[in-house]
Every structure is written in structure tokens, then in C-alpha cells.
Write a protein that binds this ligand. Structure first.
Ligand SMILES: NC(=O)c1ccc[n+]([C@@H]2O[C@H](COP(=O)([O-])OP(=O)(O)OC[C@H]3O[C@@H](n4cnc5c(N)ncnc54)[C@H](O)[C@@H]3O)[C@@H](O)[C@H]2O)c1
Length: 385
């Protein structure tokens, strides 16, 4: 098995998720490659403590990410920094010849993203993908199998979303994800949107136009030091699109909902596809349950399938066991490593989000901002990376 030596840039929430996944790589069976974290970078050094405690083999702790990129031992990097640094860090990593797993939204806005995509295009030997893990839930893999078999018949409607509840509390202190300067004009679109688009885009469906309604529900928050400060990002976004399947030319309504203030929803990613022959519903609210309606005439009846640990990349867990967030992260990283060393994913829905798909998400979010500002239906640019 090949070892790919990694640098982690950004040792916060997601940097630690990757390190944890790398530490239990033995959970995966039959993998082509494994990651080894040899260097980490974070602007502030207290974040290093956890890495020092758990990863004694890490040889470099860099407060300046450029020092990590100058390390010849580092072959690939995980860019898990706030959005305003995505362009600078991703472009520098690609130019330094490192393969990149970039956190969404891969650029704080369309211009930043296109600069990253252009940089990647100029370095075709560098493998660049975007992190988004929900495709790897077993129920979504089952939906993927139905998509591969074109089992849905004529698609009637697609509804996808990602709902959080934590910002319902107006006393929750502000952080960088609630400040336009660091999080971008997209607000919740940039934070949650790529996760919502990933499966519909991989299915090949295109949002041709969009009518968006965006809400800034909590316009100020405590700064953690006794003062109230502006909280200027969009909290919630609802997008109604005219979806199109280029393979059939058919169009259908497609809704994308991204909400930081969805009462009662902790970290709910959902997908509903309604078709003339098959319909499905899945939500991480109930991560084992896939609702399925297969129509062959007569009374349409929804059924429920209990999914187990049936994954794109096999693991030591038995197929009947439960699957969760950190399992999806592990599968996503298995997909990244597999495609990096073999040149292709084992299946269409077992590969990480491509830059092309990210570009399409940026065109959608940019059109959504215009739609809300103009109270208009905006066309969505279909240009690819
Ligand atoms: N895939 C997911 O489910 C998921 C979940 C949360 C966040 N994210 C994404 O991950 C990225 C990071 O988010 P997070 O929640 O881990 O944030 P975080 O605030 O927990 O961590 C970011 C870290 O980056 C460090 N940092 C900032 N600028 C830096 C620089 N120039 N060089 C090195 N380190 C720097 C910060 O000190 C911090 O430790 C964002 O792009 C976010 O959208 C993805």
C-alpha cells in the first residue's frame, strides 16, 4: 500500500477530523494508499497541542503555511482554513506541486474560486478535490445505485438541503463564519451549499435558473467580551431552481435549502428525489432510514429500508452496524486517496467533489445573491472549470 505524506493547513475543527480519520485508517480494508500526516500549519500555536499529544510522528509545526509548502516531504495538503484564505493557500499549494483536498467553498467568492480553478488548470499533474462527505452515507450510496440504473423514470422534483439549529440562540458568540470579511458575501450558501449540491450535480442535473430568498435573521451577536457586534452574513437561504437533466432534456423543480437557523435541526442533510417510477427520501436526522417508493402500477406505497454499514470503500465494520459523520469523513478520504493514486474513482458516486462541480456551485450561489438583491429569477451560468 502506498503512503501519501500529508500536510494539514488549518488545525481547527476539520483539520482534526482528518487527523482522526488518518489515525484509524486500519478501519478500511483493501485500500490502495494511506495518508501519513508529517506536517501541520496553524496561525496560532495552541492548536498544535492536540496534534503533539496524539501524533508524535509529525515532524513540522509551522505557523506560516509557506514553510509547510516548502517541505519536500509533503506530497499533498488538506486546506482547512477560513474562506478568505482559500485562494491564497490553495493557489500556493498547487504552485508548490502539492496535491490538494480543499475545504468548501474552495474560494470565498466566484472570482477567488475561478482563480483557484485556473491555477489548477495550469498544473494538470496536481490532483485537486473538494471535501464533502454526505455522498458516502450508505443510504446515499443506495440512491446512487438507483441513479446509475436510471430507476427514477421521469424526474418530477428534487429537494436537497442542509439545516442547522445552533444559530437560533441570539446569545451565541460570533465567530468567523458569521462575518462577511472572513466568510464571504455568500454567508450560509458558502458554508453549507456545496454539500447540498454535491449529489444533484453528480447526477448530472443542472440548475438553469434560480429564485432565491435569503435572510439575515440575527443581525448582531455578542463578541464574547461583553459587546454586541454586527453579524452580517446570510443565515438562511432557500433556492428554487428550474432543474434540467441534459441526458433527457427534461426539466423539473429543484429546491436547495441551506439554513443555519432551522429550529430543531442539529446537522440535518437531506435529499428527496421524486420520479414516475421510483422516489426516495433520506435525511441524516435518521441516518439508517431510506424511504423508498417503487411504482409499478396500483397504489403507490412508501416503504422504509434500514441501511447498515454498506459503504463504497469496505471496512472492518459488519454490514448491519450503524454509520455516522466520522465514518463519512473516513470514506471521503478513502475516495480522495484512491483517486489520487489510481487516477479514477471506483464508481461515479465514490469520488470526491470535483473542481468542475465546485465551479457550478459558485455560479449558482452568485446567481442566488443577484436573485435575492433584484427579487428576480436569474439565469445560472453553465460554464465549467
Ligand atoms: N466538510 C465539513 O463538513 C465542514 C465542516 C466545517 C467546516 N468546514 C470547512 O472547513 C474549513 C475550516 O473550517 P473549520 O470549521 O475547521 O474552522 P476552524 O475555525 O475550526 O479552523 C480553522 C483553523 O485555521 C487556522 N488558520 C486561519 N488562517 C490560517 C492560515 N493562514 N494558515 C494556517 N492556519 C490558519 C485557524 O487558526 C484555525 O485553527 C472551512 O472552509 C469550512 O467551510 C467543512
Amino acid at each position: 500500500m502506498r503512503t501519501v505524506r500529508f500536510g494539514v493547513i488549518g488545525c481547527g475543527l476539520m483539520g482534526r477530523e482528518f487527523a482522526s480519520a488518518a489515525a484509524r485508517w486500519c478501519h478500511l480494508l483493501h485500500t490502495e494508499a494511506r495518508p501519513e500526516i508529517v506536517a501541520v500549519s496553524n496561525r496560532r500555536s495552541p492548536a498544535f497541542d492536540w496534534f503533539r499529544q496524539h501524533f508524535p510522528a509529525i515532524g513540522q509545526y509551522a505557523q506560516d503555511y509557506r514553510d509547510l509548502l516548502a517541505n519536500a516531504a509533503v506530497e499533498a495538503v488538506y486546506v482547512a482554513v477560513p474562506h478568505h484564505f482559500h485562494q491564497e493557500v490553495c493557489c500556493a499549494a498547487i504552485q508548490a506541486g502539492k496535491h490538494v483536498m480543499a475545504e468548501k467553498p474552495v474560494g470565498i467568492d466566484l472570482a477567488a474560486h475561478l482563480a483557484i480553478a485556473e491555477c489548477a488548470a495550469q498544473h494538470p499533474g496536481i490532483f485537486v478535490r473538494c471535501a464533502s462527505q454526505f455522498m458516502f452515507f450508505p443510504a446515499v450510496q443506495r440512491i446512487a445505485a438507483l441513479l446509475e440504473r436510471r430507476a427514477f423514470g421521469r424526474v418530477l422534483e428534487v429537494n436537497a438541503g442542509f439545516l442547522h439549529t445552533s444559530d437560533l440562540d441570539p446569545n451565541k458568540p460570533i465567530n468567523w463564519k458569521r462575518i462577511v470579511e472572513f466568510n464571504g458575501q455568500y454567508g450560509v450558501l458558502g458554508d453549507l451549499g456545496m454539500h447540498v449540491c454535491a449529489v444533484p450535480f453528480r447526477a448530472g442535473w443542472e440548475p438553469r435558473n434560480v429564485r432565491a430568498v435569503l435572510s439575515n435573521i440575527v443581525p448582531q451577536r455578542p463578541d464574547g467580551h461583553g459587546a454586541q457586534v454586527p453579524c452580517d452574513t446570510w443565515d438562511n437561504a432557500t433556492l428554487l431552481c428550474e432543474g434540467c437533466d441534459p441526458a433527457t432534456g427534461e426539466s423539473f423543480p429543484m429546491t436547495f435549502k441551506m439554513q443555519r437557523i432551522a429550529p430543531g435541526e442539529k446537522n440535518t442533510w437531506y435529499l428527496e428525489i421524486l420520479g414516475t417510477r421510483t422516489s426516495v427520501r433520506f435525511s441524516t436526522r435518521d441516518p439508517k432510514r431510506l424511504e423508498l417508493l417503487e411504482y409499478a402500477g396500483g397504489e403507490p406505497v412508501w416503504g422504509q429500508v434500514q441501511t447498515g454499514y454498506e459503504t463504497a470503500f469496505q471496512t472492518v465494520s459488519g454490514a448491519i452496524f450503524e454509520f455516522g459523520f466520522s465514518d463519512a469523513i473516513l470514506q471521503m478520504w478513502a475516495a480522495f486517496l484512491h483517486e489520487l493514486v489510481t487516477g479514477q474513482p471506483p464508481a461515479r458516486f465514490a469520488g470526491c467533489v470535483t473542481l468542475d462541480e465546485v465551479t457550478r456551485s459558485h455560479h449558482l450561489f452568485t446567481a442566488a445573491l443577484a436573485s435575492h438583491a433584484n427579487q428576480s429569477v436569474e439565469p445560472v451560468c453553465q460554464d465549467r472549470a
